[in-house]
Write a protein that binds this ligand. Structure first.
Ligand code: CP
Ligand code: NVA
Length: 313
């Protein structure tokens, strides 16, 4: 059966751990494993802009011996009324996997329904599971183990926050989320992760007090206040989120070993100050780099169906 990656639920705890193990191996060989899926083809569709996801997926595919084919939506017949189902059926005949960044989660689900190749969610309004894999790889590189970790997420309960919530549930770390009222993450995602925490450890804390969330944290994570598609709300959100900026004073409340994380792109001066993102606790460039290896590991897992790296390296 075709395996897709639509949210972290698609691979669960075991899949995330396999991904991290493969990604560590791929990082150690600098992603050069070109015999692995030689001749494969990765399609990439972006309905929203991207720097990291596009380039890291293209680099990841090339490193596995695959041809990356990036498609702009205005180049596709989708924009002229060809259905998602027909697009999925046709692209399945050419490609080995298809990654898509779009608005509605239902669109990636519909593509997956009609596709005979793995569909990868490269960000929707509700989830950013590829980002979460790189986030947990960065936490693992820094701290080794997830047990007992406390991560604070400050800002909007958005797609990046949702995928991090799922990661916390599967890996058993504590995620303390602080948002303005009305910007909390979706309740069903929080509840499902809390159920997983009962099995795996950790917990999901929700609140509006940034200082309470940051206190004693091992990592402080933030993201933009207005996501792609919310540009019109930018000014209003800047007012509402003004107290949710990660600055030196907030970092000082975290554990002495604490790191700073951000999925990027950052709006410097809004959700994070220069002194924090450029400071010694920042791991954002490692986090961005890890997108490459976790995505490479994901392609390997989904396309070959293998969970070991016999064909790698
Ligand atoms: N973090 C992330 O997904 O970055 P891009 O929007 O540049 O792909
Ligand atoms: N929440 C942000 C993440 C960008 C990678 C957005 O959706 O725009």
């Amino acid at each position: 059966m075709t395996r897709h990656f639509l949210t972290l639920d698609s691979i669960g705890r075991d899949g995330i751990l396999v991904n991290l193990e493969l990604a560590r191996h791929l990082k150690s060989i600098k992603g050069m494993a070109q015999d692995t899926i030689a001749g494969g083809r990765l399609g990439l569709i972006f309905d929203k802009p991207s720097t990291r996801t596009r380039v890291s997926f293209e680099a990841a595919a090339w490193g596995l011996g695959m041809l990356p084919i990036t498609l702009r939506p205005d180049e596709l017949q989708l924009g002229r009324g060809e259905t998602i189902a027909d697009t999925a059926r046709v692209l399945s005949r050419y490609l080995s996997a298809l990654a898509i960044r779009t608005f509605e989660q239902s669109k990636v689900e519909e593509l997956a329904r009609y596709s005979t190749i793995p569909i990868i969610n490269a960000l929707t309004d509700d989830h950013h599971p590829c980002q979460a894999l790189a986030d947990v790889m960065t936490l693992q590189e820094e701290f080794g183990d997830f047990a007992g970790l406390r991560v604070a997420f400050i800002g909007d309960g958005n797609n990046v926050c949702h995928s991090l919530i799922q990661a916390a549930g599967y890996l058993g770390f504590t995620l303390a989320i602080s948002t303005p009222e009305g910007f909390e993450p979706k309740a069903e995602i929080v509840e499902a992760a809390r159920a997983n925490c009962r099995e795996n450890g950790g917990c999901i804390e929700l609140g509006h007090d940034v200082r309470a969330a940051a206190s004693g944290a091992d990592a402080i994570y933030t993201d933009v206040w207005a996501s792609m598609g919310q540009e019109k709300e930018r000014e209003e959100r800047a007012r509402i989120f003004a107290g949710y900026r990660v600055d030196r004073d907030l970092m000082a409340l975290a554990a002495p070993r604490a790191i700073f994380l951000h999925c990027l792109p950052a709006h410097r001066g809004d959700e994070v100050t220069d002194e924090v993102i450029d400071g010694p606790q920042s791991r954002v460039w490692d986090q961005a780099e890890n997108r490459w290896f976790t995505e490479q590991a994901l392609l390997y897992m989904l396309i070959t169906g293998e969970e070991r790296w016999e064909r790698l390296g």
